[in-house]
Structure formats: structure tokens, C-alpha cells
Design a protein around this ligand. Structure first.
Ligand SMILES: [Zn+2]
Length: 451
């Protein structure tokens, strides 16, 4: 469904503002409206004339006073809550870092998006999942229930954990038990960061291909066994559907301290895994990068860890995030490449080629080690899957876009994004099993014909 004129207008406004060069624009004085709750107070988007690697920006990030929107070598876009404006302003002025306000109130865009979504939603039969709109948690769970009941035991929906708010963390196993012989084990994780809505959409779309697409079932399923986690952070995801600031929530919903502001709740589940825990993460609960009190302090990460250990060594692990259009492999905690970096690079390259092919050259991804490409982060699922569990291939894939819409990727882009992502994964897997669209013998034959 196309976005409403209001949403289009709002996004065009953002683009115009984001690409305004840093100038002497002054930050408008903040108006204090005591009638609105914290959850509805403005969140601004600032363009800052320094990278997030700059020590003072790094400090603000780890304190939870700013949140990352985009970052490059010389500038960054960051979210700043209205009540934190004076403190952030003072810190940047002291360091003589230039900044301006790109968007006065990011939440007005969220409001336009939510209004459009609610208007466009209809009560649908659970099996009629679609990839034209973002779906609430209960819709996704309804769809999983339908798959479980209608695929003759090929799809099993299992629970890995129960969250602090009492929601199950589902793992969906897809395995054709009629097909014997060696199988590659593949784990696909989505939705560990609450606001990255395109991630559960891509994960459920690939699940749909594996479970129902005759081509995938013929060429891929007999040689593979799949585990999908459509929403690894269900409390956080459900929270993002409650409106206002909640749309931009990243962490889970652990209550750290009731006396502190809401931003000080939650743990970043992608900093809570036990491999070089603490590098590039924050010890401050108020930061969006809060790593938790101890590794595996959270029900979600503990439950998924035990489940993955029971499954055993994986051949391929992928976790979907947004945004950035990049395929990243370990390590996150160091720039040094892992032992089999060449093989990780070769299989990752298959994703890039397939996306380029399906998008007719319109969508480009980058590929490399995540520590080298994004800056250090540890406690992430991919490093753990690779370094602790022994997965042969492990990737974090940052989906569309490159920052124009960021976390608020329009619904009009869901269909094309999930289709190109599924094509990318299909190419990686068929390359690994050497059967299907990117099988090596086909590639070699094609190469020979070209000589
Ligand atoms: Zn993420």
C-alpha cells in the first residue's frame, strides 16, 4: 500500500533537512509542554560535524544522551531527546563540534507512519500474511500458528524462552524428515532490535519461501534444516507498536530501575552475549547500548543460547538488522580477520551478487568484517555463534536503506527489500549445498561457456 500524502511529505521534508549542510542554523528554543507524557515529547535529529568515534560523542552515546542514526568518517546523525538538548548542546559546544537540527521532531514522522499503518490495516485471516505492511507481534504469531498447523509436520513452532513481560520467544524449525542424508544447519535470527521492523519482515518472508515455495522445497529443503527466530525481542517489538517515542525503542523491556526515566530500562540483547562481552558496549542502563549486568542476564539471550547449543554446530548463521545495506562477518570486537575470512567473504559475496541481480543493479551492499567496517562492538549474536558455538559462516546483515529513512523504512519498500534479501540468502545456501540457483558447478559451467 502506498504511503499517505502526509507521510510522503514528511519524509521529503526529512530528506531536504538531512542534506542541508552544517551551517550557522541555530537550535530553536525548546518549548516545555507539561501536558504531554515523556513518551510523546519530541525527539530531534541532529547533524553533527564529527564521527561517533569522536571521544565526546562516544561518551554521550555510552551515557544514553544521544542515539545513533547514521555515521561516517567525518559526520553523524544522532537522535536527541528534548529534555537532553541542553546537556548535549553544552558538551558539543565545549568540544567546538558543529551541529544543527536536521529534524525538529522525529515523532511527527512516526505519527504519520503510524496513522497510515492503522488506516491500512485490516482484520486478516492469519494465513494471509503479506509483506506490504509491517505487522504487530500477534499477527506474526498467528501466521506461525497457521504454518505449524498446515505443513504436515515440516514446520514446528517451539519456544526458546519466556520474556520478562511473559511473551514466548519462538524458534521455528523447518525440516523435511522424509529427506535423509547430510543436511546443512541454518539459523536465521530477526528482530533482536525492536525498532528495526524490516528485520522480522525479511525473516518471515524467507521462512515462507522455505516452508511453501516449491522451488526452494525441491532444491534446498532436502539438503538443509532451518531454524528461524522471527522476533528475538518480542517485548521490545510489541513496545514499538504503542506509539510516540516507543517506535524508536531498541532494547528489550527489562525494568532496570523504576525511579529512572524510561530510557534507562532495557538491555541491548545484541550486547549481552558472552564473547568479549563489554567491548564497544555501555555499562550505563540509560544507553541504548547497555550490555546488562552480566553476560546472558536476559531470558531472551539465555533461552536462545541453550536452544542453539542443543541444535549443535551451525553451517550458516544470519542475524538481520537495519539499516546500512551491509553484510558483516566476525569479528565485531576486533579489526583482525578471523581464520576463514576468505571463505566468509566468498559466501557473503553471493548475497551481494543476488541482490544486485534482483534489483537490476539498483541496490548495492557492502561486505567486510564488522569491527573493521562499523567500529567495535561485542556481545553480539554473530560473534558468539561463530566463536563460541562454532558456526562455519556467521553474518550480520544490515538491510535497507543507507540512512534516508533509516529505521522508518516506508512500507512501500518492504516487498522489494524482502524479495532481494530472500534471493541473497538463496544464493548463499545453494552455493554452500552446491545445488540450485548459485550451485558452483553451474557457475563453473557458465564461466567455461564465457571463455
Ligand atoms: Zn540492529
Amino acid at each position: 500500500m502506498p504511503p499517505s500524502p502526509m507521510a510522503c511529505y514528511a519524509f521529503i521534508l526529512v530528506l531536504l533537512q538531512i542534506f542541508t549542510p552544517i551551517s550557522a542554523r541555530l537550535i530553536r528554543p525548546v518549548t516545555n509542554n507539561t501536558l504531554v507524557s515523556d513518551g510523546d515529547r519530541p525527539v530531534q535529529l541532529w547533524r553533527v560535524g564529527a564521527s561517533l568515534q569522536h571521544p565526546s560523542l562516544q561518551h554521550l552515546l555510552l551515557q544514553g544522551l544521544i542515539e545513533k542514526w547514521a555515521d561516517d568518517a567525518t559526520s553523524s546523525l544522532v537522535m536527541v531527546r528534548e529534555e537532553d538538548v541542553p546537556e548535549v548542546q553544552a558538551a558539543l559546544q565545549e568540544e567546538q563540534v558543529e551541529y544543527n537540527v536536521a529534524v525538529e521532531d522525529l515523532l511527527s514522522l512516526v505519527a504519520a507512519e503510524t496513522e497510515h499503518k492503522m488506516r491500512g490495516r485490516r482484520k486478516r485471516e492469519i494465513e494471509r500474511m503479506d509483506w506490504n505492511s509491517y505487522h504487530a507481534l500477534e499477527d506474526i504469531e498467528g501466521y506461525l500458528g497457521w504454518l505449524n498447523a498446515s505443513t504436515n509436520g515440516v514446520v514446528q513452532v517451539l519456544s526458546a524462552a519466556t520474556t520478562q513481560e511473559g511473551r514466548p520467544v519462538y524458534v521455528v524449525r523447518v525440516n523435511d524428515r522424509g529427506a535423509t542424508g547430510p543436511k546443512k544447519r541454518i539459523w536465521i535470527e530477526g528482530g533482536i532490535h525492536a525498532r528495526e521492523w524490516i528485520s522480522p519482515a525479511a525473516t518471515t518472508f524467507i521462512l515462507h519461501q522455505v516452508a511453501t515455495n516449491p522451488d526452494w522445497q525441491r532444491t534446498i529443503l532436502p539438503h538443509t534444516e532451518w531454524y528461524f527466530v522471527p522476533v528475538a525481542n518480542p517485548d521490545g517489538y510489541a513496545h514499538t507498536f504503542t506509539g510516540g517515542r516507543a517506535r524508536l525503542w531498541r532494547k528489550n523491556r527489562r525494568v532496570n530501575d523504576n525511579a529512572l526515566p524510561d530510557r534507562c530500562n532495557g538491555v541491548d540483547l545484541n550486547r549481552n552475549w558472552d564473547l568479549k562481552w563489554g567491548v564497544g558496549a555501555s555499562q550505563n542502563p540509560c544507553s541504548e547500548l547497555y550490555m546488562g549486568e552480566v553476560p546472558f542476564s536476559e531470558a531472551e539471550t539465555t533461552g536462545l543460547k541453550y536452544f542453539m547449543e542443543r541444535v549443535g554446530p551451525l553451517d550458516l548463521f544470519i542475524t538481520f538488522h537495519s539499516y546500512g545495506q551491509s553484510v558483516l562477518y566476525p569479528w565485531g570486537w576486533t579489526k583482525d580477520p578471523p581464520k576463514n575470512a576468505k571463505m566468509l567473504h566468498r559466501v557473503g559475496r553471493r548475497f551481494l551478487e543476488a541482490v544486485q541481480h534482483v534489483s537490476k543493479g539498483q541496490v548495492d551492499y557492502t561486505l567486510g568484517g564488522s569491527g573493521a567496517m562499523l567500529g567495535f562492538a561485542s556481545g553480539a549474536t554473530d560473534d558468539w555463534a561463530y566463536g563460541a558455538l562454532g558456526a562455519k559462516h556467521a553474518y550480520t546483515i544490515e538491510l535497507r536503506d543507507t540512512g534516508h529513512y533509516g529505521f522508518l523504512l516506508p512500507e512501500a519498500q518492504i516487498g522489494s527489500t524482502v524479495r532481494e534479501t530472500a534471493a541473497g540468502v538463496q544464493c548463499m545456501v545453494t552455493y554452500m549445498i552446491n545445488n540450485g540457483v548459485c550451485a558452483r558447478r553451474r557457475r563453473n559451467a557458465r564461466n567455461r561457456n564465457n571463455v
